[in-house]
Design a protein around this ligand. Structure first.
Ligand code: IVH
Length: 671
């Protein structure tokens, strides 16, 4: 029993804290799904242990705390909440209950409208003049926000038309359009670096701003969803629908998306229609509200402590689900990055069954303070990729286990190294790690790497499976008869492949570096490294600070290169590839590039004529890779004009301006 009491106390403490942040400080510190889940847990525990219910339990009250900055107002009629359902069954139960009182199938007995996700307000009109407006507060006492409400353009300060009652209370929702919210946040980020988490919070904050000028500046919208009369003679509007039409005639804004209906099928259609449409609306709705249309019947049904019996909110399912974390596994990617992946009890989000989500890196586990067996919230971010949003720490169970990030690669047992700048932990065993092998070998022989023509992913995978290869060195020792044993490999194809593997040994330093598949070392970086170190020996001896000296190579890449070569299996493999397997490249090419580089670096070059040795695009790319800017028109600022055959007007203009001219032959000599 004390265990249950403690659990109830803990739940209440957390829920009250979340409510205070949400309603009073306009900050969401938990997701709606987590809040609903906790409240539901508390509700169920109290249902089973009625003696533990206290009057201050969050299940017993409607509203929330008030800010001190506003004067208090007492509501004439309590501002209640709505009973919620999330499915058709819940709605049918509601229907069954009210059917006891009247024939639901009678014509137009129900009213369906949108449940706008904003802030509930009450406005009092006396003799048609707006005299007072307040927030819901705790349902009985609210905050007097009359000055702020007066600034909302769509709220009339004076009602128009006939039958204006002596006193009228209008209830409705104040909210912000999604587009205005985004604009406000953009401005707010620039001015104060503070952001509202959603349009509801922005509306609530704006509505309760101490300065009505600020409220006036930001665009708030009001839509009325109900009204109360005070005198018997004013009560001639006998249905909810008629009352809303009358409000509209008095100049009050009423949502046009409202229907009267006669059976559950019509209600279901309304729900389905807006469930689909809601993402395309410029304001947030979180469900629909179904109300008994007849005011007389509403009065007969009455209310319970929290909500009226004559209405129900049928809420849309959020795309967030709560489930249990069963395990975290550590995956090894092609570049050796270790990615933690969360495995949980399968859940259905928008018709898709999801059972795992990437946790990205070690920091994410720490940020979430994630433990195995935790209750977790999953959503589909951008409606596609599953994401672990948060952990419900308040209900962490006793068998929750801390997640320990491995020190060694889960596949090859190499010690893992952290690249702090990149926030990634890696296994640097590269090609010698089984997890990285398949993709790494494909990369090693791919077009931009060693370019072994005909050695595609399928053949590589088959060779690995048959255990003919485990690293790139093995490929250079493959026998003709081994290849003949592969699927769809005949005599001719095998010979060709052996030839192609032999050919690919002749490469460039740049391609060789690129082929190693060091994280973040792409073509450009490989070229920079090749040009800088010129020989393999120098690269193998390089330390981080030397690598860092290379223009365009920052801390992350330097660390990755250093980690790669300091892993002995990589170091040995590179040496063997060159010394034993016979991979070679021509160092002079690197030297040549260096000569070229100084000549054209940062120079403005224009081309004219037709070239023999290369296409214009090839020449342009070559010059750009040497640091030149290739421009279309000659000017006084042009450094060089490179010309081929059939010269045009550019040639003569360059001559006139004294631009240095280089013929194709001269260019070839230069490089
Ligand atoms: S009727 C007695 N109609 O939903 C219930 N409420 O949990 C009176 N809401 O804070 C509410 N759209 O501000 C009603 N069409 C609608 C609504 C609506 C949004 C809000 C309301 C209240 C909450 C109920």
């Amino acid at each position: 029993m004390t265990f249950i009491k403690n659990k109830i106390d803990q739940l209440r403490k957390n829920i009250l804290k979340y409510e205070y942040f949400y309603h009073t400080l306009n900050k969401s510190i938990v997701s709606d799904a987590e809040y609903d889940y906790l409240l539901n847990q508390l509700y169920n525990l109290e249902l089973e242990n009625k003696e533990l219910i206290t009057s201050d339990s969050p299940t017993q009250k409607i509203g929330v705390n008030l800010l001190n900055q506003f004067k208090k107002i007492k509501h004439f009629f309590p501002m209640l909440s709505l009973e919620n359902t999330f499915d058709l069954n819940g709605y049918l139960n509601f229907e069954k209950r009210i059917k006891k009182y009247f024939n639901i199938n009678q014509e137009k007995s129900l009213c369906c409208e949108l449940k706008i996700d904003g802030v509930a307000i009450s406005i009092i009109y006396e003799e048609g003049i707006l005299v007072r407006a307040g927030t819901r507060g705790d349902g009985y006492t609210g905050e007097n926000i009359t000055s702020n409400i007066r600034t909302i353009k769509s709220i009339p300060l004076k009602l128009k038309g006939s039958y204006i009652p002596k006193r009228l209370e209008v209830r409705g929702e104040v909210f912000m359009m999604k587009s205005d919210f985004l604009e406000l946040n953009e401005r707010s980020k620039k001015d104060t670096n503070k952001l509202f988490s959603n349009p509801r919070n922005a509306a609530s904050g704006t509505l309760r701003h101490i300065d009505p000028n600020i409220t006036a500046e930001r665009k708030l919208i009001f839509l009325c969803y109900g009204c109360y009369f005070f005198n018997e003679k004013d009560k001639k509007f006998t249905t909810h629908y008629k009352r809303l039409i009358q409000c509209s005639k008095w100049g009050l804004p009423v949502n046009q998306e409202i229907i009267t209906c006669s059976n559950y099928q019509e209600v279901l259609n309304f729900y389905n229609n807006f469930e689909k449409k809601r993402h395309f609306l410029d304001f947030d709705i979180d469900g629909i509200v179904i109300k008994v249309n007849s005011i007389e019947l509403q009065n007969q049904l009455g209310c319970n402590t929290k909500s009226p019996r004559w209405a129900i909110a049928w809420k849309f399912l959020s795309s967030e689900r709560i489930t249990k974390l069963n395990d975290v596994k550590f995956q090894v990617g092609r570049t050796g990055a270790i990615t933690p992946v969360a495995y949980f009890d399968p859940i259905d989000i928008s018709g898709v069954i999801i059972k795992k989500a990437s946790l990205h890196n070690k920091n994410e586990i720490e940020r979430l303070n994630l433990h195995i067996n935790d209750s977790i919230i999953i959503c589909r971010s951008g409606d596609v990729i599953p994401k672990l949003l948060s952990v419900i720490k308040s209900i962490r169970c006793k068998n929750a286990k801390k997640i320990i990030f491995p020190e060694f690669c889960p596949v090859c047992k190499t010690k893992l190294l952290e690249n702090e700048e990149e926030k990634v932990i890696r296994c640097h065993a590269g090609l010698t790690c089984n997890a990285q092998k398949e993709k790494s070998l494909q990369h090693f022989f791919s077009k931009k790497s060693l370019n072994a023509i005909g050695l595609g992913p399928k053949i590589i995978n088959e060779l690995i499976k048959k255990k003919y290869v485990k690293d790139p060195i093995d490929f250079f020792y493959l026998k003709f008869f081994d290849l003949m044993k592969l699927k769809k490999m005949g005599y001719k194809k095998s010979i060709k492949l052996i030839e192609s593997i032999e050919k690919c040994k002749k490469t460039t330093f740049k391609c060789f570096i690129y082929a190693l598949g060091i994280p973040n070392v792409g073509e450009t970086v490989s070229e920079k490294i090749a040009n800088y170190f010129i020989t393999l020996d120098k690269l193998l001896d390089a330390n981080i600070s030397q690598l860092n000296c290379i223009e365009g190579i920052g801390k992350v890449i330097s660390r990755n290169i250093s980690n790669y070569f300091s892993t002995s299996s990589n170091y040995n493999m590179v040496i063997k590839l060159v010394e034993k397997a016979g991979v070679v490249w021509n160092n002079s090419e690197v030297l040549r590039l260096n000569v070229k580089k100084t000549h054209f670096l940062n120079k403005k070059v224009v081309l004219t004529g037709i070239f023999n040795s290369f296409s214009r695009i090839e020449l342009k790319n070559m010059l750009m890779s040497l640091g030149a800017k290739v421009l279309n028109n000659i000017s006084q600022n042009t450094d060089f004009l490179i010309y081929g055959k059939k010269i045009g007007s550019k040639f003569f203009k360059a001559k006139k301006l004294g631009v240095k001219m280089i013929s194709e032959e001269e260019f070839n000599c230069l490089i």
